[in-house]
Write a protein that binds this ligand. Structure first.
Ligand code: AOF
Ligand code: ZN
Length: 389
């Protein structure tokens, strides 16, 4: 297709500019929940000397989800938005929130073409954003780099459709899958580069979840300590059915400054629950399963209801095993240091009752890279969940 400097569809340019909107969207990950992270690029094909014209506004969803990406880009473009093409990583919204719908804002600004990457599954939008634009005579294109946009907002999509967040399980082990010596020594199995990567992972998740055993053993802060990014630390959540967490732990002592939640059983000791509340923690009561453990799916749904879209599970071996056993792990990020501990070490996951090969939890490798001397491998749940149910 040849390009003229008008608002005509051009597949290569659409692809290039949607890629730019996706890069902007990524900036919001971990900071915009319960909203999706959306990027928007406004382009005037009739201005400037580049093949696509001039970018007159860029924007992305702001912390806590508002303003939306389109509002930000329109603000920057001002009057130059009239006659522009808007490239958005998600269908513009169609509902009234704190501000009027983004679809209406694009119409009012005089945008003449909208290219969107993926539809918005929120029932208040779900096709109505595109319909609103079309009814106003705006030329629309949907589906450019849709897989990428859906992967980027997998957390929002899962939270909207299944009511639970995307679950990423992070493990840091020896080459043979151990997280500690049999005496419990675990600092540090992986190197500095991997540990910095983990801080980056925390940054683009809404919340970090650990089990009470890990909280008691490590007394962690679960924050992001990368220089200049401290404010991007996620919400901290401990799953603690018997409320064993120490009131003197660092998580509890810092709870009034950094949001911290505890997931516990409905029959948890009320006075102890009250003590945690007084320290600033939110105590969320969850039903138990047949084995008197917290029902993990119910726990995840409770987080989904409260707006969490991306959850990073960081330990320990019992929580990891229970999550895998319940088939609730969507992504695995596995850091492996080049050392062996042998059968004396503690395995990354507690037993999950596998007798036959057909019962293993299977994942598909999607990425691997070196991280200092360690390797980082990323896996996604294999589509077939046969075996673990
Ligand atoms: C957009 N651009 O940048 C985002 C959108 O609570 P509200 O009013 O902010 O609306 C939240 C919904 O808006 C959310 O569920 C999703 O459908 C959409 N998010 N839409 O056009 C954005 N973040
Ligand atoms: Zn909007």
């Amino acid at each position: 297709m040849t390009k003229t400097k008008q608002n005509l569809p051009n597949e290569a340019l659409d692809d290039h500019l949607i890629a730019a909107s996706l890069r902007l969207a990524r900036r919001g990950l971990g900071r915009v929940w319960p909203n999706p992270a959306v990027g928007c690029v406004l382009v005037r094909p009739d201005l400037g000397s580049s093949p696509f014209g001039r970018i007159v506004g860029r924007g992305w969803t702001q912390p806590f989800g508002r303003p939306h990406g389109e509002t930000e880009a329109l603000l920057r473009a001002g009057d130059l938005a009239a006659g522009a093409t808007a490239y958005v990583s998600l269908e513009p919204c169609a509902h009234f929130g704190e501000t009027p719908p983004c679809a209406q804002a694009l119409i009012d600004a005089g945008v003449v073409r909208v290219v969107a990457s993926a539809p918005d599954p929120d029932p208040r939008v779900s096709g109505q954003g595109m319909a609103m634009l079309e009814a106003a005579g705006i030329d629309t294109t949907m589906g450019v780099r849709q897989d990428e946009a859906e992967a980027l907002n997998a957390g929002f999509i899962l939270a909207t459709t299944l009511g639970r967040p995307l679950v990423t399980l992070k493990l840091a082990t020896t080459l043979d899958g151990c997280i500690a010596t049999h005496r419990g020594e675990s600092r540090w199995i992986t190197g500095v580069a991997s540990r910095r990567r983990v801080q980056g992972l925390r940054m683009d998740h809404d919340a970090v979840l650990i089990g009470s055993g890990t909280a008691l053993a490590d007394d962690p802060m679960l924050d992001c300590r990368l220089e200049g990014l401290e404010d991007f630390s996620p919400l901290r959540i401990v799953i603690d059915s018997r409320l064993r967490l120490a009131l003197t732990s660092r998580l509890v002592m810092t709870a009034s400054a950094r949001p911290t939640w505890i997931l516990t059983r409905q029959d948890a000791e009320p006075l102890r629950a009250q003590a945690f509340r007084e320290c600033g923690l939110q105590v969320i009561e969850i039903g138990a399963d047949g084995d008197h453990n917290l029902d993990l799916l119910e726990a995840l749904k409770a987080l989904g209801e409260r707006g969490i879209t991306r959850l990073l599970v960081e330990g320990g071996s019992h929580l990891a095993a229970s999550m895998i056993r319940a088939d609730l792990v969507d992504r695995l990020v596995w850091f492996r240091s080049p050392r062996l501990m042998g059968g004396d070490g503690i395995s990354a996951t507690a037993p999950f009752g596998v007798d036959r090969l057909s019962q293993t939890a299977d994942f598909t490798p999607v990425e691997h890279s070196l991280c200092g001397e360690d390797t980082m491998e990323v896996f996604e749940r294999a589509t077939s969940t046969e075996g673990m149910n």
